[in-house]
Design a protein around this ligand. Structure first.
Ligand code: UDP
Ligand code: MG
Length: 315
């Protein structure tokens, strides 16, 4: 039995040595399994690649894949899935916020119980700015209302999956990837392990508020068509309102004659309608731009350096 651990790294030179130490420890606990560590260097601008080269030279379990530029964590995970050989595959952050110490328990659950994957969720968001937690919570509420797939609040990307599930995830080749949705979409029986949030061991978070916001929007557009429906409902509603307004104006004209007044209210109505129209076109634009990117069928990632000979370098 082989376990593959995928570790996306973007500027993690400070964290990787700590992580490696921990990984070494748990792999001793899991000594009856063969292990491989797949480090994906996602266009780091610091010394991450040198550290990976060094580690790979002294430990044969380490494979590293270095992207030609920053493609994002989703692409890094995908590259990992495409190149992982294990019967069990896990994704883990480089900063020890996904505690490797949970691994033995995760492996035990897959072995002994009837599950295809073990996922983790944070039960607390301690150590995170409150405003970020607030928006995150609202996002999960919203997306679960308007999307068919279940997306669990506090779910991490940290999960251990059986081969069958990994193959399914690799089969979903969309360019705009949102893993939290993809894991839910493919189905399979998932066991949820709750744990307390921990601070990152070293280095800094790669996610600004703006980046997270865009990621959340991507999640919504990728896994829900509800915004499009909202746009058409807006249209239906406004047509109805204007119909009533026309009736009102005509009847008033017939009964009371023709008082010329009300340009101010007209301007208000025109700007309001202009706004609603632009909003709806904007929503459609979001979906069209996604479709545009999908139809180009560009690769998710390009690997420029690796110590693995049979690497899938572009996919
Ligand atoms: N990451 C990546 N590419 C990026 C951004 C992040 O591979 O463009 C990796 C990063 O190195 C880390 C993981 O994704 O291993 C999670 O990132 P981070 O810890 O910055 O996110 P947070 O835990 O703050 O949400
Ligand atoms: Mg982190």
């Amino acid at each position: 039995m082989k376990i593959s651990l995928i570790i996306p790294c973007h500027n993690e030179e400070k964290a990787i040595p700590f992580l490696y130490e921990e990984l070494d420890k748990v792999s001793k606990e899991l000594s009856k399994y063969e292990m491989e560590f797949l480090f994906v260097n996602d266009g780091s601008t610091d010394g991450t690649i040198e550290i990976l080269r060094e580690l790979a030279a002294k430990d044969v379990r380490i494979h590293y894949y270095s992207f030609s530029r920053n493609f994002g964590k989703e692409a890094a995970m995908y590259a990992g899935f495409c190149n992982a050989a294990g019967d069990y595959v896990a994704v883990m952050d480089a900063d020890l916020q996904d505690p490797p110490s949970l691994l033995p328990e995760m492996v035990r659950i897959l072995e002994e119980e009837d599950y295809d994957s073990v996922a983790t969720r944070r039960v607390s968001r301690a150590g995170e700015p409150p405003i970020r937690s607030f928006f995150a919570r609202q996002f999960y509420k919203l997306i679960n209302k308007i999307s068919d797939v279940d997306i669990v609040d506090g779910a991490r990307d940290y999960r251990l999956m059986k081969r069958s599930m990994v193959d399914a995830v690799v089969q979903l080749q969309e360019y705009n990837r949102f893993s939290k949705g993809i894991f839910g979409w493919v189905g399979f029986k998932t066991c949820w392990l709750p744990y307390e949030n921990t601070k990152r061991v070293a280095g800094e978070t790669n996610w600004s508020f703006w980046k997270l916001f865009k990621y959340a929007m991507d999640g919504i557009v990728n896994f829900s068509q509800v915004p499009l429906t909202i746009a058409s409902y807006c249209g239906v509603f406004l047509t109805f309102v204007s119909f009533i307004a026309i009736l009102f104006v005509v009847i008033r004209k017939l009964i009371f004659g023709d008082p010329v007044a009300g340009w101010a209210s007209l301007v208000c109505i025109i700007t309001f309608l202009g706004g609603v129209q632009l909003f709806c076109i904007g929503i459609m634009g979001q979906y069209i731009s996604k479709t545009y990117l999908e139809t180009k069928k560009r690769p998710h990632y390009i690997i420029s350096e690796s110590n693995d000979e049979d690497v899938t370098a572009v996919h």
